[in-house]
Design a binder for this molecule. Structure first.
Ligand code: ADP
Length: 505
């Protein structure tokens, strides 16, 4: 379509008039200038070619009969040097033969002399319009070529970036086939680095947890509303050779919000794990060293307090406060040691069959006085029969004791605390429900982190370590259980524990 492809563009409104008659040159200039054209004039062929060399034109009006160089020769030279320039022949010796000859040699049109101004306007207008359209399509073509080149470069740049990433990347489609995998992923999964995508995910991933995570993400495909905010799901993988990997995945949403596949990012966290272990060991060591002297101090303060019966109340008050503080420290150290033990995987659960109803009754009975001291009611209901649990009863007591103590602590005087146990699949759920202070949504996950405590007007003055819930969560994990929370500020909280039942046989 574009005859001048690859040629520099001819300036759209520039016209060269080549004629040995001055009045024709000037007449054409007048008409064309009024049409908004820039006009150059030449009185012979040589001059015309010189001007064109310097200033290319979109259109040349060319007289055929001129002294010196013949118009046909000039036409041929223009076609040769500037094929994009349109040439309209003007001649007083018009015959059908010359017209045909000129057209054959590439002239665009032909005007016999003498001509009306309108005739020139129409022919020049048509030629210039043709040039304008040519220029437009040339630009579009160039733009398209540039876009394609950009896309190509962008694609290979993206590929290079993904391949160079130190983290492993894998993307699967809706049929669980791998559509993208980078060398780091292959390395981490002990595959050849140049493993190509295309196969089923199971051929690339030998880890059951990761397979389950991908299936899980695919299973809960986001609705269009959720597409903008796709939850990040993660799991930790323990690899041969003592390496730890963190896998994080999220759905790849389509334009309509459907799930097109899953994108997984693998990070090597072996170093972090080691650091965490060293930190836990250090904390355990320090806690252990502090526990005995603190217990001694606590005991001595208690003895001194007994000896102070009858002494001024200020003296007694001071020592009583010191005793409280040391008790708080001893409890903190106890919690720290629990956390270290759980993190080091050193829990040695004395698992045995446990009747959950009896255990919950004993824990709630034990804590009823504590609730009564705040005029709260503490009730327990069970949906019998509850399945037998196979777990360490001390750990279970610690879990429910912690949750009920929290419910009492973070609920106002005369509040209500209710414990409700029911069967779930082959296991059990136990909900500890209070109508207390509640927890703002942004803290629902944070309160399970070590040392995190919600600090607001209601809780600021309440002593605590921020280790109770992480301990509960850690113990549940070692038992194959989990904990969920539903809570609203001012309305109350429900912590629900999910526990697996006894395995058959
Ligand atoms: P601690 O009670 O020693 O602060 P926890 O880990 O047991 O540590 O709890 C962490 C935080 O979670 C508490 O400081 C409190 O703000 C919040 N929390 C726990 N249980 C409840 C509850 N039942 N109602 C309201 N807030 C709670």
């Amino acid at each position: 379509m574009t005859g001048n492809q690859g040629q520099p563009a001819e300036p759209c409104g520039r016209v060269l008039v080549v004629d040995d008659e001055k009045n024709i040159r000037d007449g054409c200039e007048r008409i064309l200038s009024r049409m908004g054209c820039q006009v150059d004039k030449a009185q012979n062929g040589v001059q015309a070619l010189e001007i064109l060399e310097r200033t290319p034109a979109a259109l040349v009006l060319l007289d055929l009969k001129m002294p010196g160089m013949d118009g046909m020769d000039v036409l041929e030279r223009i076609r040769e040097k500037r094929p994009g320039t349109l040439v309209v022949i003007i001649t007083g010796y018009a015959t059908v033969e010359t017209a045909i000859e000129a057209m054959k040699r590439g002239a665009y049109d032909f005007i016999p002399k003498p001509f009306e101004p309108d005739r020139l306007r129409i022919v020049a207008g048509r030629a210039l319009e043709k040039q304008r359209l040519r220029e437009q399509s040339r630009r579009l073509e160039e733009q398209r070529r540039r876009t394609l080149a950009d896309l190509g470069t962008e694609k290979s740049r993206m590929r290079a970036v993904v391949e160079a990433l130190p983290s492993g990347v894998m993307v699967t489609n809706a049929d669980n086939r791998v559509v993208l995998v980078n060398p780091a992923f292959c390395r981490m999964m002990n595959l050849a680095e140049d493993t190509a995508p295309g196969g089923h995910m199971d051929e690339y991933v030998d880890d059951q947890d990761l397979r389950r995570m991908v299936a899980d993400i695919m299973g809960r495909a986001p609705t269009p509303e959720q597409a903008a905010y796709c939850e990040l799901v993660s799991c930790e993988l323990q690899r041969p050779g003592g390496r730890y990997l963190l896998a994080r995945g999220r759905p790849v949403p389509g334009e309509d919000g459907s799930c097109l596949g899953v994108a997984v990012l693998l990070t090597d966290i072996t170093g972090l794990k080691l650091l965490d272990k060293l930190k836990s060991e250090f904390v355990a060591q320090v806690s252990h060293e502090l526990r005995s002297p603190l217990a001694t101090i606590h005991q001595q303060i208690s003895t001194a307090l007994q000896d102070l019966v009858g002494a001024p109340p200020e003296d007694q008050h001071m020592l009583a406060r010191a005793r409280e503080k040391t008790r708080g420290l001893i409890s903190l150290i106890g919690d720290l040691l629990d956390v270290s033990r759980i993190e080091a995987g050193a829990v040695d659960p004395k698992a045995r069959d446990v009747d959950p109803k009896a255990l919950l009754t004993s824990v709630t009975d034990f804590l009823r006085d504590k609730a009564a001291a705040k005029n709260q009611t503490l009730t327990l209901t069970t949906e019998d029969p509850l399945p037998t649990l196979h777990a360490d009863p001390l750990a279970l007591e610690s879990i429910f004791g912690n949750l009920i103590t929290n419910a009492i602590t973070y609920t106002q005087e005369e509040g209500q605390i209710h414990v409700c146990a029911k069967p779930e699949n082959s296991g059990l759920t136990v909900s500890v429900i209070d109508n207390g202070f509640g927890i703002e949504p942004q803290y629902h996950e944070k309160i399970f982190e070590k040392f995190f405590r919600v600090k607001n007007d209601k809780t600021r003055h309440i002593p605590g370590t921020g280790l109770g819930l992480p301990i509960v969560k850690g113990m549940l994990q070692t038992m194959g259980g989990s904990i969920t929370l539903a809570s609203e500020p001012e309305k109350g909280s429900t912590f629900t524990v999910h526990l697996p039942g006894c395995k058959e046989g």
